[in-house]
Design a binder for this molecule. Structure first.
Ligand code: SF4
Length: 87
């Protein structure tokens, strides 16, 4: 189960998670496949590249990153959003 970036990242993008990720799984919006009008000002995790190490979780000052199985109810849609970004 990959990790997922959620709502608190929007408009607060921190690059620390991108830098610490050992598999280069975290990408800025402009590097995703999302159409321009669906892109938010946040980072996205490619579920096919994430190796579930958890290193990004502690790097995020906004507590925006969760293992997929622990994403809070109100942010569940971000599981699909992150996946769609790399479909
Ligand atoms: S859990 Fe590890 S591999 Fe997955 S996005 Fe975070 S730092 Fe990268």
């Amino acid at each position: 189960m990959p990790h997922v970036i959620t709502q608190p990242c929007i408009d607060r993008v921190e690059k620390a998670c991108i830098e610490i990720c050992p598999s280069e799984a975290i990408h800025p919006a402009e590097d995703t496949n999302l159409p321009e009008d669906e892109r938010r000002n946040m980072s996205y995790i490619n579920p096919d590249e994430c190796v579930d190490c958890g290193a990004c979780v502690d790097e995020c000052p906004w507590e925006a990153i969760f293992p997929e199985e622990e994403v809070p109810e109100q942010w569940q849609k971000f599981i699909q959003i992150n996946a769609k970004a790399f479909a």
